[in-house]
Write a protein that binds this ligand. Structure first.
Ligand SMILES: Cc1cc2nc3c(=O)[nH]c(=O)nc-3n(C[C@H](O)[C@H](O)[C@H](O)COP(=O)(O)O)c2cc1C
Length: 251
C-alpha cells in the first residue's frame, strides 16, 4: 500500500525514469513512491513518441499491440510494485480500456496509474493527448472512469497554471481520482507556485502531490505546508540519486 508516512515521490521523466532508474530510488534513494514513464499507449501516442524521438528527444519506446508486455517488464524491475506510479500518455478511453484489461490480468499488487495530462510536446498535443486532455474534459473523465474500474489507484498529472483552478476543480470533483499531481510551473516565475498548491489543497478533497523546482528540504517543507500530502521531484533527482534521503532527514 502507498506509504503515507513518506511523502516523497520521484516524478516522471520520459526516456529516463525506467524500471532500473526507479528501483535505485526506492532501495538506495529513500523515495516513498517512484514514477516510471511516461509511456505512450495506443497507435497514435506511440507514433507521436516515435516522431519526438526522431527529432532527438529522449522517449520510451513501446510497440503498438505489445504495450502491456513492455510495461510489465519495467514494473517488475522496480520490485516493490505497490510503490510504483505508472505514468501513461493516452488520448482515448478505448486505449485505456485495452491496457487496463491486460494489466489487471497480469498484476495483482496495488499500482498507481497516472494519466499524463501534462505533456506539451506538439506531436502528442496535436492528437489530443497530454495537456490537450485538459480541453477534452469528457474524454479525460472517461479515461479516469475506465482506469478506476480496476482495483488500481489513479493519479492525474497536470500543469496547474494551464487551467482555471476553480473551474477545473468543479469538473473533476465528482471523479474518483486518488491523487492530483500538480506541476506548479508558472511562466516567468522561478520556483514552486505555493499559492496555487494551497488553492488546490484547500478546495479539493483529493490528496495533492505538489511539484516543481524542489531541490532541498526547505522547498519540500514549503510544499507540504500548503496542505499537499506529497512532494515530487524530477530534474534534481536526476542530478542527485540521494536527494530524497537527504531531504527526509530534515522533515
Ligand atoms: C526530461 C523530462 C521528461 C519529462 N517527462 C514527463 C513525463 O513523461 N510525464 C510527466 O508527467 N511529466 C514529465 N516531466 C515533468 C516532470 O515530471 C516534472 O513535472 C517537471 O520536471 C517539474 O518538476 P522538477 O522541477 O522537479 O523537475 C518530464 C520532465 C523532464 C525534465
Amino acid at each position: 500500500m502507498v506509504d503515507r508516512k513518506n511523502p516523497s515521490v520521484l516524478a516522471a521523466m520520459a526516456g529516463i525514469t525506467d524500471g532500473n532508474f526507479a528501483h535505485k530510488f526506492l532501495t538506495e534513494g529513500g523515495a516513498g513512491l517512484v514514477t516510471i514513464g511516461g509511456y505512450p499507449i495506443g497507435k497514435e501516442m506511440i507514433r507521436a513518441s516515435n516522431q519526438i524521438m526522431s527529432r532527438g528527444r529522449k522517449e520510451f519506446k513501446l510497440i503498438s499491440g505489445e504495450e502491456v508486455q513492455g510495461l510489465i517488464s519495467e514494473i517488475n524491475k522496480v520490485s516493490i510494485i505497490n510503490r510504483v506510479i505508472l505514468n501513461l500518455r493516452l488520448n482515448s478511453s478505448d486505449d485505456a480500456l485495452y491496457i487496463i484489461n491486460d494489466l489487471t490480468k497480469q498484476i495483482e499488487s496495488d499500482l498507481v496509474l497516472e494519466i499524463n495530462a501534462h505533456c506539451r510536446q506538439p506531436e502528442v498535443v496535436k492528437l489530443g493527448g497530454g495537456e490537450a486532455l485538459l480541453l477534452r474534459i469528457n474524454t479525460l473523465k472517461k479515461i479516469i472512469d475506465v482506469l478506476k474500474s480496476s482495483d488500481f489507484l489513479v493519479s492525474l498529472k497536470i500543469r496547474g497554471n494551464k487551467i482555471d483552478p476553480s473551474l477545473f476543480i468543479e469538473q473533476i470533483n465528482n471523479t474518483d481520482l486518488d491523487f492530483l499531481h500538480i506541476d506548479s510551473y508558472r511562466t516567468g516565475i522561478v520556483g514552486t507556485d505555493l499559492e496555487l498548491l494551497s488553492y488546490f489543497s484547500q478546495n479539493l478533497n483529493i490528496p495533492i502531490i505538489g511539484n516543481n523546482s524542489i531541490i532541498d528540504s526547505r522547498g519540500a517543507l514549503n510544499v507540504l505546508r500548503t496542505g499537499a500530502k506529497y512532494f515530487s521531484i524530477a530534474r534534481a533527482a536526476k542530478k542527485n540519486p540521494l536527494i530524497f534521503k537527504s531531504i527526509l532527514k530534515h522533515l
